[in-house]
Design a protein around this ligand. Sequence first.
Ligand SMILES: Nc1nc2c(ncn2[C@@H]2O[C@H](COP(=O)(O)OP(=O)(O)O)[C@@H](O)[C@H]2O)c(=O)[nH]1
Ligand SMILES: [Mg+2]
Ligand SMILES: [Zn+2]
Length: 305
Amino acid sequence: MSEFQKGIIIKGLGGLYDIKLEDGSIVSCKAKGAFRHEKITPYAGDNVTLKQSDKGVVIEEINDRKNHLIRPPVANLDILFVVIAAAKPSPMLSITDKLISIAEYNKIEPVIIISKSDLDSQEADRLADIYKKCGFTVFVSNKDDDKNELSDFVLEYANGKISAFAGASGVGKSTVMNALFPKLTLETGDISHKTERGKHTTRHVELFGLDYLTDDVNMKGYIADTPGFSLLDFTRFDFYKKDDLVYTFREFDDYIGTCKYTKCSHTTEDGCKIIEAVNDGLIPKERHDSYREIYDTLKNKHDWD
Ligand SMILES: Nc1nc2c(ncn2[C@@H]2O[C@H](COP(=O)(O)OP(=O)(O)O)[C@@H](O)[C@H]2O)c(=O)[nH]1
Ligand SMILES: [Mg+2]
Ligand SMILES: [Zn+2]
């Protein structure tokens, strides 16, 4: 190995990192000690430079990140597939919309998958319409369908990018991922069984190469396997303040800056153009309900600080 090598962290556990180098080989090593003093933690998804020293190989440099999430710890995500079930568990839009909001804030493209349509196809269509109306790419799926459309989309759109699947526990994330990528063989099952396992693996993120998952050497990019997103520990919105929230609802964009009051919070004010658009059926009411709920969470958090 030459003195400097570039690669991407595909796994980090207990201070030891697996880095996939540009030639496809994988090296395990630690980060240089100075990172700890600078309070920098390498994440899965980080593009790094390794240095060969007399003491062995270390992560010497971390490239600038496009974004990074703390829970789960992952850097440079491009796509977040947000899964919501038509039933079992009953859809909780506020959770889904929180995930979407966090993705938008971090410049991660949300793609919506409505799962378990076999259990309630009407509800699946209702949910799909809400998100389509806001301008998202939406797929309706169930465990027995062929997934051709979703699969084609993923192979084309996720190529060269880092993607993850998010959504409440039990919505069918692992089932969808296994169907798309049979090599993953993720554990699926009932909720109680899995939360046990989740406890031990929350902080663990692993990136699987699309070349490996698809048996196609020309595929680039990665799928992140992490149970972290299912824990919904987003009550600690470390990411942003209440005034940033409106910018994370893409269907509100056209109305921002047009309300009667310049300091409009878009929750209850008269003369709010976003609320008018909701009343006129231009914005789904469900999305505005989520906005208000998240806004209140952020407002209360702010008051405590
Ligand atoms: N009826 C039905 N059940 C599903 C579907 N997808 C997943 N399930 C079941 O829902 C449970 C949870 O699925 P899993 O993929 O483990 O959810 P995860 O926690 O989001 O990864 C499992 O028992 C699956 O068999 C579906 O499309 N239809
Ligand atoms: Mg799962
Ligand atoms: Zn307003």
